[in-house]
Design a protein around this ligand. Structure first.
Ligand code: AMP
Ligand code: GLY
Length: 424
């Protein structure tokens, strides 16, 4: 398809990354974002809209969207893809019944069991369960407790403090009715993004996020403080195991459904010391910030890839990946993740955006707005990330950090050790 009209749903750094790569496609003549942010405004028309299905569908019809690309999980769990399907609009992102792979950890565990996919053993605990006996059963390693709700990264506690684990179990059962206690998986984490539809799938190069707030993987969990791609922990042999043991059975399971999975499956992996992969979680969307470092390595036209998946055309598409490494480092507001300070001016961003070149060194905006005087201000916890693409990790990292040094936000913090596992 040529002269396509595409709309991206969402407002974070991931959606800016999607817009940057779609804007580079000669197939796309009209690019929109809802609600978007100050970054997407540079190459797309942002729309303010009530984010429920009906008003969104009205907008998609009004702009005559040929393709809707849904960034975050919440609209998918709310059935936005189902609504698009009923309206005959191509949508990248799965229907609600399949989005529950992310919306419900229990659902994901049961899907993995039925597909024979390796993951941590677990118990479902409710008001009738013997919590002490369950904690005893998993003693000796940290306890992993997971709520069965979309909790924006706050639904999981991994702790060696038995009391903390027990309290989280009790409060979660109180609010949700039940909770999952799962076995701790030792190893190294990696993220695998698999674009799939009813006809086939393509695995994108594996990446690694940095979820803890501070250097050395210390401090509180965050949405992600930086990422790089590809991640060397996924060797060719590990990749083969991930394909055979996880991706192929999950694709068989997901393409066997009344409506096949059309979108990207994010597989959060733990690779143990023997190189055996286990699934930690599934997400039904691109990771943020994994998206920012994965899409720039995709040489295949981004519209062809996303539209192909939305219309069951993947089996006819070949995927080409660029050589090199992409890396991004997140600049976070003071107080992030617990209580980010918002409203402060961001100096040097205007200049950084002007000199940036997508695919070399560039900025992904997330929590950035513009005040009445036209000044960029921080509006969120994760404010922006500086990204680079280069031949090796070391030089790519120094390019991304050089760009970051030109941008100033009072009180902000960032990690200085992105990609440390690739440098050892
Ligand atoms: P999740 O929301 O399920 O991805 O969990 C958040 C984070 O908790 C993961 O990225 C891991 O770092 C950690 N985690 C979750 N489950 C486990 C597990 N079974 N073993 C070890 N770490 C885990
Ligand atoms: N960066 C992890 C996620 O998007 O869930």
């Amino acid at each position: 398809m040529d002269n396509a009209t595409v709309i991206v749903v969402g407002s974070g750094g991931r959606e800016h990354a999607l817009c940057l790569s779609l804007a580079a496609s000669p197939r796309v003549s009209s690019l929109h974002c809802v609600p978007g942010n100050a970054g997407t405004a540079k190459m797309a028309t942002n729309h303010a809209c009530d984010m429920s299905n009906e008003p969104l569908l009205d907008l998609f019809r009004e702009i005559k969207a040929d393709l809707v690309v849904v960034g975050p999980e919440a609209p998918l769990c709310e059935g936005l893809a189902d609504a698009c399907q009923s309206a005959g609009i191509a949508c990248f992102g799965p229907v609600a019944a399949l989005a529950h792979l992310e919306g419900s950890k229990l659902h994901a565990k049961l899907a993995m069991q039925s597909a024979g996919v390796p993951t941590a053993a677990f118990q479902r605990l409710d008001a009738t369960s013997d919590i002490d006996a369950a904690l005893d059963a998993y003693a000796g390693q940290p306890w992993v407790v997971k709520r069965d709700v979309l909790a924006g990264g706050k639904g999981v506690v991994v702790t060696s403090d038995r009391n903390e684990a027990k309290q989280f179990i009790i409060t979660s059962i109180g609010s949700d009715g039940f909770v999952l206690l799962e076995a701790f998986l030792p190893g190294e984490e990696a993220s695998m993004l698999v674009v799939m539809d009813g006809t086939g799938f393509h695995t994108l190069p594996p990446s690694q996020d940095h979820k803890r707030a501070y250097d050395g993987d210390r401090g509180p969990n965050t949405g992600g403080m930086g990422a790089y791609c590809p991640a060397p922990v996924i060797t060719e042999q590990v990749h083969e195991r991930v394909l055979k043991r996880i991706v192929e059975p999950m694709h068989r399971h997901l393409s066997d459904q009344p409506v096949p999975y059309r979108g990207v499956l994010f597989i959060g992996l733990m690779i143990d010391a023997s190189g055996d992969p286990f699934v930690v979680e599934f997400n039904v969307r691109f990771g943020d910030p994994e998206c920012q470092v994965t899409l720039p390595l995709v040489e295949t036209d981004m519209f062809d890839l996303l539209h192909g998946a939305a219309t069951d055309g993947l089996s006819e598409l070949s995927l080409n990946i660029r050589q090199g490494t992409a890396l991004t480092v997140v600049l976070a507001s003071e107080g992030y993740p617990s209580a980010p300070v918002k409203g402060r001016p961001i100096r040097g961003l205007e200049q950084a955006l002007e000199t940036a070149v997508y695919g070399k060194t560039w900025v992904n905006l997330a929590g950035v707005g513009v005040d009445e005087s036209g000044q960029y201000i921080a509006t969120g916890g994760r404010v922006l990330s500086c990204s680079a693409l280069g031949v090796d990790v070391k030089r790519t990292k120094s390019e991304a950090y050089r760009l970051l040094s030109e941008i100033h936000l009072e009180g902000a913090h960032f990690r200085t050790d992105i990609a440390h596992r690739a440098m050892q």
